[in-house]
Design a protein around this ligand. Structure first.
Ligand SMILES: NC(=O)c1ccc[n+]([C@@H]2O[C@H](COP(=O)([O-])OP(=O)(O)OC[C@H]3O[C@@H](n4cnc5c(N)ncnc54)[C@H](OP(=O)(O)O)[C@@H]3O)[C@@H](O)[C@H]2O)c1
Length: 321
């Protein structure tokens, strides 16, 4: 079975490492942090046998087959290429990189070296979303006509994410979940109109409408400076679904479809309680795909990742102009 390496020792690495320890017991083999003391502390906390502040040392280790990259977005391209060049499979935090062009470079390298690559879009593997997608694709709402989703919470008080050096785009950090959700149900848009606010050149809040033809549309919003409603909704000709907050990590939804009573009075409540921190289904799916010899996961592959990145690129241009 595969051995994992973790690159980055921030909050998200902690949450994912706790789940990885369950999915891959005794197979988290190494951790890299840019500060040695922090890497040592992280290794101690999660029982990881090797810690280093030198990435080349981690990438040279034969017992590491797949690396999880959880550093700020602007570093993903360089680190992913290094890891792939070293022959490792890669699971890269969202956003996979800061443009569609850079994401293409990662997938091209993965293809060239015959290694698996995926953006860590854990929402796609959340059992609630898997269930809802199956229902909608099975016709539960009839033809899907609209998606609404917003993700707005104030950034950490330190404001570290509001510096361009941290690629602190609220669109790519938070909006990505809303844009991804809309793409699942409506596909790539025909037209986008977006607007937003900048602080020191960084997009800190915005909203967009995606037009999908024949009147289908998505209304999306993101913010790092205020709260926005954290729920989402998908609606169609025969009803709608509301996904409870926080929609990207939701454990419940209400399906308003299947008859007048269900639509207006007593929607079906769908519940999938989270196990662990919510990353286990994605981590298990990555392991399975690698064991099967796949280079991409069919649920969140190159095309799906790139389509979302193209929409975000278009939004970013409009927000900045
Ligand atoms: N899936 C999720 O639920 C979720 C949640 C939050 C974030 N994320 C994603 O996870 C990624 C990391 O976010 P984060 O908020 O955890 O970032 P972060 O706390 O700023 O940094 C994460 C790690 O990267 C290191 N680091 C910082 N700047 C670096 C640089 N220039 N080069 C190399 N390493 C650097 C940090 O080291 P120090 O400790 O020394 O600063 C830390 O170990 C982002 O892509 C973000 O979108 C995902």
């Amino acid at each position: 079975m595969h051995g994992w390496g973790i690159i980055g020792t921030g909050d998200i690495s902690e949450r994912v490492a706790a789940d990885l320890r369950v999915v891959a017991p005794d197979r988290v083999r190494a951790v890299w942090g840019r500060r040695r003391e922090r890497a040592d502390a992280f290794a101690g906390e999660f029982g990881i046998p090797f810690a280093t502040e030198r990435r080349d040392e981690l990438l040279a280790r034969a017992e590491v087959d797949v690396v999880y990259i959880a550093t700020p977005a602007h570093t993903h391209l360089e680190i992913a290429l290094e890891a792939l060049e070293a022959g490792k499979h890669v699971l890269i935090e969202k956003p996979m990189a800061t443009s569609a062009a850079d994401i293409e470079l990662i997938f091209a390298k993965a293809q060239a070296v015959g290694r698996f690559a995926m953006e860590a879009m854990w929402m796609r593997f959340n059992p609630l979303h898997v269930d809802l997608l199956e229902r909608v694709r099975g016709g539960a709402l009839g033809d899907v006509r609209a998606v609404r989703a917003s993700f707005g919470t104030p950034f950490r008080a330190s404001g570290a994410k509001l510096t361009p050096a941290h690629a602190g785009s609220a669109l790519r950090d938070r909006g990505i979940y809303a844009v991804t959700l809309a793409h699942w149900f409506l596909g790539e848009p025909e037209a986008i109109s977006a607007t937003g606010s900048l602080m020191d050149g960084v997009d800190i809040a915005g909203h967009a409408t995606m037009e999908h033809g024949d009147g289908r549309f998505a209304q999306l919003a993101w913010s790092g400076v205020e709260f926005l409603d954290l729920s989402a909704a998908v609606s169609g000709e025969q009803g709608w679904i509301t996904v409870d907050p926080m929609f990207w990590a939701a454990q419940s939804a209400r399906v308003h479809a299947g008859g007048v009573e269900r639509i207006f009075v007593s929607p079906e409540k769908v519940e999938h309680p989270r196990r662990g921190n919510g990353y286990r289904p994605m981590l298990a799916a990555v392991e399975e795909a690698i064991v099967e010899g796949r280079l991409q996961h069919p649920w969140h592959d190159r095309d799906a990742t790139l389509a979302v990145a193209r929409s975000m690129d278009a939004m970013a241009v409009q927000v900045s102009s």
